[in-house]
Design a protein around this ligand. Structure first.
Ligand SMILES: Cc1ncc(COP(=O)(O)O)c(C=O)c1O
Length: 500
């Protein structure tokens, strides 16, 4: 392991570590010139000899090359985090600094222990059936740009903090929109703008769940929600899901639960729609238990062949439903704009927590959104994007039917931006092989299994390999091409299994 000069103080050690970290994370790419020792010394208030010493050590350790009279440059191949981990004992093998667990809170410790599956970045030319991102070309650039410019022209004379629940014009526009499109029954006071639904889930977990409390969730379900509750110390009670969504008859056996998280309009990921009888059963259970219900309405705008049922929020007579929605599926996940419709009794505490969290969502984008909601541009955009997404979904289903026919069962196509594809002849343990084989053909697909809580047994009808296939990023002809390659990969994997 390379050593640092014995007499160097902490400042040179810190600078050495910092430069190594910037090389590891690609800020200083191979061949990039480092600042001159004079500039860096002046910037950091260090003696030039200190910086020169650090550069000499980086040269000796093989990270940079220095030639007299020329800038020091990063040597190709040193951006590898493993190499840096060896050079710096304070780093973990992943390249991130490791903190001793006792210096973290319980929440920090739970987060550190969590399994995080990172999605592999896709390469140019790959056909990506990812669920989540939207195509940049689908964004309503003209209407949004116009609204932002109008907001800038009419900047308030007082630049002050707003109501933590968000900009009033937006909350009013949203209340009208939600009552017209989702039949929500609420006052403007109950509407809170959040930084995407993820912040709504975080606030709910922080304000409603104590460590050890039972939180009921769908299994399979939305991992970001499950991980949020787990981070705050909840015990998850995993409720099975069938073709009609959450099996609400399993709730009674739970005993005391503090909260239930559901996606009733389009169960994530299986795509079922919770029928009226189950909605009523869920609400009456919540009322008896004094439990909160989070209704995640994340993609209800894309309803293709299913009749709209009343939301849980509009059926709630016990003031226990927290309705959560997002603009991540209709505009962009990068805007970080979502909303909550709170029960009356929770408005005050959520407002206080939001203030202490981040004061409020950024005002400019809220006002721009209010404008496009009120002037009809958002409605026009929705009609357009719904048509586009429906066309993509149809292409995906037609392609799957043509190339894989009876081999697959398609679930959840009545609405949303993804479908689940089950391979009738492949066991769930073959999912990774299928994903890998597809990737070698330039097609990115994503396994269903990680969305099941791993410590619970899977029902018999859920034991086949499955993929969660999003289509929002792809043109129809790419969807056809991708499915054709996927079918080839499926045949390869099946042959291998049969012959092994
Ligand atoms: C079930 C579910 N809820 C909510 C969201 C949206 O999250 P956010 O509003 O934080 O972008 C997603 C995004 O993929 C989702 O799948």
């Amino acid at each position: 392991m390379p050593t640092l000069p014995k007499k160097r103080g902490n400042r040179s050690r810190d600078l050495y570590d910092e430069i190594c970290a910037r090389i590891a994370d690609g800020t200083f790419a191979a061949g990039a010139a480092l600042p001159s020792t004079r500039t860096l010394a002046a910037e950091r208030g260090l003696a030039r000899t200190t910086v020169t010493g650090v550069y000499e050590q980086l040269t000796a350790d093989g990270f940079i090359e220095s030639r007299p009279g020329a800038a020091s440059r990063v040597i190709a191949g040193t951006g590898n985090k493993r190499q840096y981990a060896r050079a710096s004992p304070r780093r973990s093998m992943s390249g991130w600094a490791k903190v001793p667990v006792e210096r973290l809170s319980k929440i920090g410790q739970r987060l550190t222990a969590m399994d995080s599956r990172h999605v592999q970045p896709t390469a140019a030319g790959e056909i990506d059936f990812v669920y989540g991102p939207l195509a940049g070309t689908d964004f309503p650039t003209l209407a949004w740009g116009k609204a932002l410019r109008a907001v800038e022209r009419h900047r308030n004379s007082r630049l002050e903090y707003e109501d933590p629940r968000g900009n009033l014009e937006l909350r009013q526009a949203l209340q009208t929109h939600l009552s017209q499109t989702r039949g929500l029954v609420c006052s403007v006071e109950q509407v809170m703008i959040v930084n995407g639904s993820q912040q709504a889930l975080d606030l709910c977990a922080r304000l409603l769940v104590n460590p050890g409390d039972c939180v009921a969730v769908e299994n399979p379900g939305y991992q970001a929600a499950h991980q949020t509750f787990l981070a705050y110390g909840a015990e998850l009670a995993c409720i099975e899901v069938d073709s009609q969504g959450l099996k609400t008859d399993q709730l009674a056996a739970l005993g005391q639960a503090k909260l239930v998280y559901v996606t009733p309009t389009h169960q994530f990921p299986l795509g079922s729609f919770l029928p009226m009888a189950r909605r009523r059963q869920l609400l009456s259970w919540a009322e008896q238990q004094n439990a909160w219900v989070i209704e995640d309405d994340y993609d209800s705008e894309y309803r293709f062949s299913v009749r709209p049922e009343p939301t849980l929020q509009s059926l709630d007579t016990a003031d226990c439903v927290i309705h959560v929605g997002t603009f991540s599926k209709t505009l962009s996940p990068q805007l970080r704009l979502g909303y909550m419709v709170l029960p009356n009794s929770l408005v005050e505490v959520f407002t206080r927590a939001k203030r202490l969290s981040d004061r409020h969502a950024p005002t400019g984008v809220q006002r721009a959104l209010a404008m496009i909601l009120s002037n009809g541009s958002y409605g026009r955009h929705l009609r357009r994007i719904r048509r586009l997404q429906q066309g993509r979904q149809r292409a995906l289903i037609d392609a799957l039917t043509t190339h894989l026919g009876e081999e697959v069962e398609i679930q959840g196509a009545a609405s949303g931006l993804h479908v689940v594809v089950r391979f009738r002849k492949l066991p769930a343990k073959a999912e990774d092989a299928l994903v890998y084989a597809a990737r070698t053909q330039g097609v990115c697909v994503y396994p269903l299994s990680p969305l099941f809580q791993s410590d619970t047994p899977r029902p018999v009808d859920q034991r086949h390999a499955g993929l969660v296939m999003g289509y929002a990023l792809l043109e129809e002809k790419m969807i056809w091409k991708g499915v054709k390659s996927l079918a080839n990969s499926f045949r390869q994997v099946t042959t291998k299994i049969l012959t092994s």
